[in-house]
Design a protein around this ligand. Sequence first.
Ligand SMILES: Cc1cc2nc3c(=O)[nH]c(=O)nc-3n(C[C@H](O)[C@H](O)[C@H](O)COP(=O)(O)OP(=O)(O)OC[C@H]3O[C@@H](n4cnc5c(N)ncnc54)[C@H](O)[C@@H]3O)c2cc1C
Ligand SMILES: NC(=O)c1ccc[n+]([C@@H]2O[C@H](COP(=O)([O-])OP(=O)(O)OC[C@H]3O[C@@H](n4cnc5c(N)ncnc54)[C@H](O)[C@@H]3O)[C@@H](O)[C@H]2O)c1
Ligand code: SF4
Ligand code: FES
Length: 811
Amino acid sequence: MGTDREKLVVIGNGMAGISAVEQILKLTSKFDITVFGSEPHPNYNRIMLSYVLEGSKTMDDIILNDLNWYRDNGITLHTGTTVVRIEEETKEVVAENGLRVPYDKILIATGSNSFILPIPGSDKEGVVGFRDIADCHQMLEAAKTYRKAAVIGGGLLGLEAAKGLVQLGMEVTVVHLMEDLMERQLDHQAALMLKSELERQGIKFKMGAQTTELLGDKRVSGLQFADGTELEAEFVVMAVGIKPNIAVAKASGIETGRGIVVNDYLQTSMEGVYSVGECTEHRGICYGLVAPLFEQGIVMAKHISGVETAPYAGSVVSTKLKISGVDVFSTGEFIDGPEHTVISSKDEWKRTYKKILLKDNALIGAVLFGDIDDSAELQKLIKQNAEMTDELHASLMGGGCCGSGEKKTKSVETMSDEEIVCGCNGVTKGTIVDVITNQGLTTVDEIKACTGATRSCGGCKPVVEQILQYVLGDGFTSAAKQGICGCTTLSRDEIVAEIKAKGLQTTKEVMNVLGWNQPEGCSKCRPAINYYLGMLNPDTYEDEKESRFVNERMGANIQKDGTYTVVPRMYGGVTTPEDLKKIADVSLKYDVKVVKVTGGQRLDLIGVKKEDLPKVWAELDMPSGYAYAKSLRTVKTCVGSQFCRFGTQDSMGMGALLERKFERLDFPAKFKMAVNGCPRNCAESCTKDIGIVGNDGGWEIFIGGNGGIKARLADSLCKVKTDEELIELCGAIMQYYRETGNYLERTSEWVERMGLDHIKSVVVDDIEGRKALVERIEFALKQVTDPWKKMLGDDENRNKLFHSLEMSDQL
Ligand SMILES: Cc1cc2nc3c(=O)[nH]c(=O)nc-3n(C[C@H](O)[C@H](O)[C@H](O)COP(=O)(O)OP(=O)(O)OC[C@H]3O[C@@H](n4cnc5c(N)ncnc54)[C@H](O)[C@@H]3O)c2cc1C
Ligand SMILES: NC(=O)c1ccc[n+]([C@@H]2O[C@H](COP(=O)([O-])OP(=O)(O)OC[C@H]3O[C@@H](n4cnc5c(N)ncnc54)[C@H](O)[C@@H]3O)[C@@H](O)[C@H]2O)c1
Ligand code: SF4
Ligand code: FES
């Protein structure tokens, strides 16, 4: 390599170091760059470790710069190599393994270490921090063996770790020192709402608890608290904050405080040595989030490259918790004092809360819970120290009638090109404008694929949309409409219309004819098109197994240990001694680990080996319960008039009838029903896609209920007098949902999107329309068959899927 080039050594292969290198590469080629990293990996997106733990991303998904990137940019990378000091006299960087590398300039970006409480027992087996891939691996492994976990610290990291462990099947208690969760980001009200939402999601809390010791022999077995109480725990995650990693700077005589002290150009006290990221202390502040490190990197890169730059003046930080179903956001100041004016609103029913703090009429901080649509807008206004006006108040707090979209576009217009829009991925407004203008991008998904913006927490999506709107102007509405995935700009309705109009028959054909930008499609569009094709052509469409999710392909739900579950039908939740005996015999014979009564009133045989599935189905000789499918799952029933003293309607009989009639059809998403014999509603119709309640000698039909993460109470659609009307209406509702629902859209969302009145006008008021819907569902029902039976008769596919060549001999 050219010897006349300056030698830049980067200590720390994390997000700060490498994003600064990316900025430098954009400005100059004057450096020979060498990077040292203690971890054995190339640069990865640390913030996405929460998603790896939670299971929605893999380690491969979070690599930001793979080894080719270093090679292509002529960068020498030493992974798994820790630098111990800088020798100013010899102008060399010295690594732990004795390696010495000469330098002209240095960038220290050594990040932080997890803070481990200095209490007895914190070095026991089963106690980890949550900082890197190695920690994440340990947590994933622990969840395979142990059940009870404690997370010490109820900050952002602790809560994301706790949710991840719950998703992995552990029983998790968050042990928090203070009375409020995330007390560094939230006020009391938001903290209360957050705690109750997380409790709903299965996390337990021990608040105001000071851990004094970790108990156990070699391995941790519990926690001892200052008040004398104890908590059992086989695995402990410490998430009580971070400590800037200043070891190299200290050993080299560079000025340090809590972090490595830098000036406004990120220069340390040693000539030619810069520092960025979490290890850095600027104007007395060490940051613990990614947005500041990108901002520091931009200034540092310009300075070291000899490009004029404004000084770094510090960052206004904001946080967003990355837990699905929990929308919480905080930026700037959030605890009010006498000097503040507080604007707030709380809606206990919608579980939303918004608080904005003003000082001298300027916006200085905000906390949002439940609805964080305004987060990006607020963050920007607070950065700009914007003045509150009547118009702004109306747009932020409601009550404004018009113009807020226009105002938002105006406010992105005033952003500078260098302003970071996506804090998680360091993407500036300038970059987004550039890809829209020069590469002709028209959707947020395309911008995500090209720049990374919106890829992590998603908090920046509204601003990215506003920039699109601002750049495309009038072209926005048509062009910026979101396709169903990154492969197309066509919406669901357009795809369905094209399939009908052009008579398209296969997913491949849809993608070819409709100009997909990826010939094979992706995991989002393939199952959706497969569904739409099957819904439109129930008699002719050949279902594409390879376009189905794994559980649907296998006809069973895969479990975390690689075994499967088998759930046979139990119509209306009613079984017989004969069926129970068969289930018991099969469970014993195939060593089923657990037989569980499900929330949908049937039996789940958990822990069946893949190769045993066909034998289990054959010996049970019962219909598939479709517990794995986007289809009618269960019809839960109460005892009803056959036995209950209050029952006026035969709920068991009706439930079983409806389940038999409508089973096996594909729906956009899973579909659950309930039938009750009287308004006491013992089988909980209010949380079902269709809930039926015996009432006044007839039935009342409810739709759009959901008991999952986003709970929704079902809406009353109508009352009917006879069983025939009830069955007809159920069929019409189902078919209308099948025909208009977006793939994966539950009825709770569908009802909100379509409007209850509209659905009523189609399925209740329009008698002819209803009849046509019923005819179409009856036709589709004629085509369905039991998938287990089908698989048992299909030697080729069965052998391919279940690797059990001798099956046919045994059947
Ligand atoms: C699970 C998790 C979730 C997070 N989520 C978010 C989020 O949603 N939003 C957000 O803004 N922030 C989040 N953060 C914080 C964010 O990841 C950090 O702010 C960011 O990674 C800091 O980058 P850095 O480069 O300064 O430090 P690091 O990413 O820690 O990188 C420093 C690197 O330097 C290496 N190193 C240290 N010393 C040496 C040495 N002597 N020689 C060689 N190499 C060395 C380290 O091994 C490390 O790889 C999260 C953090 C975690 C752990
Ligand atoms: N979504 C995000 O933005 C995100 C997610 C994860 C991590 N991070 C960042 O990673 C870093 C580490 O996160 P963190 O949550 O560990 O840090 P933190 O400092 O934000 O929170 C630590 C929490 O632990 C509590 N605590 C301290 N001592 C305790 C004790 N002895 N017992 C029980 N609780 C105790 C504190 O009261 C505090 O709420 C932070 O900089 C954070 O901003 C951000
Ligand atoms: S809903 Fe009514 S009929 Fe059904 S079990 Fe409860 S009380 Fe009895
Ligand atoms: S700010 Fe988190 S993805 Fe953009």
